[in-house]
Design a protein around this ligand. Structure first.
Ligand code: MN
Length: 482
């Protein structure tokens, strides 16, 4: 081989009978003087998504694998792992490398162009890229072994806004259908866990309402990173488990909470798969979208075409009758719908009348303030939970719930409540003497949710039935609105 030295490593890793990648092994002749060298960046959906950054130099493509792509912000350097030189022909390669082969997965061209070379040594390469996405001065520098870093030397491009660390979700008020349909859009009220996802360089981080990082608990979230690729984004949506009837099942979702250890999480994820239903986009391609109208944000969201085995774009029904949407949701056994004003911005962290949840059946978040034992055979076991809601004067007692949980849920609740025991009632309003006599009071820190039929004049819940724990909710926000 004329150039076994330079492209020998490339060749040794690949079997021409099994991969569609170009197998030319000749180093290309130098270009005529004055022709500028080219660069190419390929998006590679291998076992882990990465971008292959290749610079034409000395008749080959000198290559680095960038797990998070090319940084747009000089404040954030990205890892660049030096890999084997590739033949120049590789620069136009797109296609599928079969699973099991070296680099198995899909390769597509992300950007290409020419570049100016400013410096090239064994440990430092300075270039100015002229691509359609990658533009400006970059330096790659070795940090040890195969590991290099890539740093943007130019300032961020005009108007670029870095991905925010945290955007608190906008919340809806409980209410009834709005009067003027044309000003509103209607969405399904997803019966799951709210999650705001931060995607950067194909990597996803998701936070719950209470700021808990839930990324590791829901490996399904990786799919949204794979689909967005290098586009930085913040998405708002809900993690939903679908029951056997295709409806969101809050009960099933309970089985995905309180797991620890990745083996247990992935085992349970196979048994009870979860989907991320995205309904809003808050930041995209270096731009905050919070001030845009709902309609405009939805247009951007829909253009992303997010959809897959564990990913969906939630429907938004516009120019329809809210009553019809509500009736359809009722027919399908859904929890309710949410009406959103089409001209409203995204009010981060606010509960706003521009979003109205219209419930088909009544649910209420509650704080557990105590429990009573069961009768007869169940004595010593959990019989009922004593429930409270925050009011102006503290934790108001709103009744007890003794149905809706199975044996396992009863045992787990009791295990969680025992260490929280306290002598006195945590409630600011009286518990009826017959209940108080049997009550085991606890520190009021565990949040759950019940379904109920109605409220009495003094605010107690009628016919409550247990739905499950809400570890994603903060006790401080459990009011009659929640
Ligand atoms: Mn690669």
């Amino acid at each position: 081989m004329a150039d076994g030295g330079r492209l020998g490593a490339y060749q040794a890793k690949r079997d021409p009978a099994r991969t569609p990648e170009p197998m030319e092994t000749e180093r290309s002749r130098p270009r005529p003087d004055g022709a500028r060298p080219v660069f190419v960046i390929q998006e590679h959906h291998a076992r882990a998504l990465h971008w292959d950054f290749r610079l034409e130099h000395d008749g080959v493509l000198v290559s680095w694998a960038l797990p998070k792509g090319v940084p747009e912000d000089p404040a954030t350097n990205h890892l660049a792992v030096h890999t084997e030189d590739h033949p120049l022909e590789y620069g136009s390669f797109e296609g599928d490398i079969p699973r099991g082969e070296y680099g198995g997965g899909q390769v597509s061209l992300w950007d290409h162009g020419d570049y100016d070379l400013e410096k090239w040594t064994e440990t430092e390469v300075k270039v100015v890229l002229h691509g359609s996405k990658a533009q400006g001065r970059y330096v790659l520098f070795a940090t040890g072994g195969k590991n290099w870093m890539i740093h943007r030397m130019d300032p961020v491009r005009e108007g670029f806004q870095p991905l925010p660390e945290r955007i608190e979700p906008m919340l809806a008020v409980t209410g009834s259908l709005p009067a003027r349909d044309e000003e509103w859009a209607y969405e399904v009220k997803w019966d799951g866990i709210r999650a705001v996802a931060y995607i950067d360089g194909g990597r996803v981080r998701a936070l719950s309402r209470t700021d808990k990082d839930i990324t590791a608990k829901f490996p399904e979230l990786r799919e949204v990173g794979e689909q967005l690729g290098a586009r930085p984004a913040v998405l708002d949506g809900e993690l939903v488990a679908l029951g056997p009837d295709g409806r969101p099942s809050f009960g099933q979702l309970q089985q995905r909470l309180h797991l620890s250890g990745s083996a247990e999480i992935s085992r349970r994820a196979r048994q009870v798969p979860v989907s991320y239903v995205v309904f809003d986009v808050l930041h995209l391609d270096g731009q905050s979208l919070l001030d845009l109208s709902y309609d405009e944000r939805r247009r951007r969201l829909e253009s992303l075409g997010l959809s897959g085995p564990s990913l969906a774009t939630g429907d938004s029904f516009r120019d329809v009758s809210g009553a019809d949407v509500l009736a359809a949701a009722q027919e399908r056994g859904l929890e309710g719908i949410v009406a959103k004003r089409r001209d409203s911005p995204y009010r981060a962290g606010r509960r706003s009348g521009e979003w109205v949840k219209v419930k088909i059946f009544m649910t209420q978040e509650v704080i557990i303030g105590g429990w009573t034992e069961g009768n007869g055979e169940r004595s010593g076991e959990l019989g009922a939970l004593l429930l409270g809601i925050l009011g102006v004067d503290g934790l108001r007692y709103v009744g007890k719930v003794g149905t809706g949980f199975g044996e396992e849920a009863r045992r787990e609740l009791l295990r969680a409540l025992r260490p929280l025991a306290r002598k006195t009632s945590p409630f600011s309003s009286p518990v009826s003497p017959s209940v108080a006599k049997l009550a085991h009071f606890v520190r009021p820190v565990i949040v759950g949710e019940v379904r109920y039929s109605d409220r009495t004049a003094d605010g107690h819940l009628r016919h409550p039935s247990w739905r499950g724990l809400r570890p994603d909710k903060d006790p401080g926000e459990v009011t009659s609105e929640s």
